[in-house]
Ligand binder design. Sequence first.
Ligand code: ADP
Ligand code: MG
Length: 697
Amino acid sequence: MPDYFLSSIEYLKGVGPQRALLLGKELGIFTYHDLLHHYPNRYEDRTKFYAIKDIHEEMPYVQVRGVIKSKELIGTGYKKRLVAQLEDKTGVLELVWFQGIQWVSEKIKPGVEYVAFGKPSRFGYNFNMPHPELDVWTDNFDKAQSLRPVYPLTEKLRAKYIDNKILGKLVQELLAQSKNHIIETLPSSILKKHELIGKQHAMQNIHFPKDNLALASAQKRIKFDELFFIQLKLLRLKHVRHVSFRGQIFSDSSLLTTFYNTHLPFPLTDAQKRVIKEIYADMKSGKQMNRLLQGDVGSGKTIVGFICMLLAIGSGAQCALMAPTEILAQQHYTNLKKHADAMHLPIALLTGSTKKSDRKNIHEGLLNGNIKIIVGTHALLEDPVQFKNLGLAVIDEQHRFGVAQRSKLWKKNEKIMPHVLVMTATPIPRTLAMTLYGDLDISIIDQLPAGRKPIKTVHRFDSHRLQVNQFLREQIEAGQQVYVVYPLIEESEKLDLKHLMDGYESISRAFPGVPLSIVHGQMKAADKEYEMQRFKKGETKIMVATTVIEVGVDVPNASVMVIENAERFGLSQLHQLRGRVGRGAAQSFCILMTDVKLSADSRTRINTMVQTNNGFEIAETDLRLRGPGDLTGTQQSGVLDLQLADLAKDQQLLQLAREEAIHLLETDPELEKPEHHGIRDAVRINKKSGLSWSKIS
Ligand code: ADP
Ligand code: MG
């Protein structure tokens, strides 16, 4: 039975109380289940021997066979090292040890044939192999060799003599004694259809693969499981919500008609119209809406949010818009207020810096229902904020809010949960959206307002600063405004500020007589706002800032974005920043400044930015480079409980897993059929082993 795997690891032969404690603390291994799922993070390929002449530094761990010709001690003090020459028919390789010199030196014998295993590295013009594993060559060496698992370990464990070999032995022991307890979870129809191997077989081969083929099959099977069970979970959540959470029915669209006929500032794009229809359908349905609105920067999500509010307000409810920063909340407020005033709808702003007396009035207005729209930061989540009837919660740039924070907002209506619209400008690749937001409905604005000129993006090295400055001067003379952005290095706020200030100074020197603004995270909200306003009004020409301007700020006349140390920014961040320009009539530019030296990843990021303006393409590259954890922010970790599956590489498998999960829920939602009992049990054991799903979204 599945409960077998919940046995404490302590009871496994070879473990005992002390090792159990260590395994738990260091690796999170508490049960048989945990150990079984502690997969190797790589495998040493002991199936092949390499010729020394073919060795280069970019190889992973390799195995070579040769005779030790000589050994000698070189250097003194911390430079002291033992160097041995290993020779095969094709050349000589240096083996080097910096530690344990005495012990190794006694062990190795010149004239004897060895197998050395390690990672080649470059030293001057030659290659060497630091700290190789050495074994004396014997005739049956290659028969015994295969793919050897290498497990994630910690220094502490090694210090307590729990090394790779020991861990491997424990896993072997567990596999031997638990074989008959590993039950197949998936019905044979699914296994056959997708050419998946059985669960037992997969578990055996993920730890001790016979060969590369067996390993690949095991990986495929386990990845499928991971993706399938996550999809199943998310889809069930969505299903439960659909059937059990009532939503207010909003059907009075008279405000909308008025707005369309008299105040709409520009014709909506087709994409905007389409998503508004989708959202309206949700709000009229009687079910609670949980919808993600995705749209690239500048695609016009704000007006969509406002138009949706009109439906709720028309039916007597109130609306909230929550933004992650004060600047952004302020800006949303300013934008919405124009529309709201035209429509005679009372609107208020509530942030951390709202005065106490104002705060009290706002609290009252929300409670008695006079205020129809409240815009704010997470100050909206505080307890004194109570609504008469919150009908729609719009959340902007959601990746900055924690899951728990968001759910607080919709508890603000105890009678009936408000409809929730989450807006994000971070394009999320489809696969990731399916996993992260598999329980939400998704609307996408895949079109920019007409007349936008694509932003021209270029890459310049710091050495070309004079030319860049000349270009900026010309743009400013032509009436344009410029952003210059410096990176935030999270480890040191002081250093950030220094970089920013140094930059500010050299800009003032390079642009005498040009009025400048500066905004950074350590300024008071009011001062930031003041500077933003000056820039927005055109009183200043260059805005020098840290990434505080990353989200949302809208200054149509700013047409040039200079990003300093662009190599330090992530792709999605670069894209967000670039989205700050390109909103007005003039041709816009984004200039990525970097050092001449760039890592391969940085180069890919910069090239991607230069080559495309498409947020979804950029997100795909970002996902490939960084993996999903970073992309979504730490709040989301835990949702992505994937060990082997990789959302960037396994998109196809994810698609299949999702289809199977949908099919399953359509045909047997309660998992009652005998062939689905394996799935039912697996869902149960996942729950017991502590994966908390109830908190998602
Ligand atoms: P984002 O989706 O990045 O939040 P905004 O809502 O801030 O984008 O819109 C960006 C700019 O485009 C704003 O100045 C807004 O007024 C303008 N805008 C939005 N929709 C349209 C449209 N259909 N036609 C022209 N301009 C639009
Ligand atoms: Mg926005």
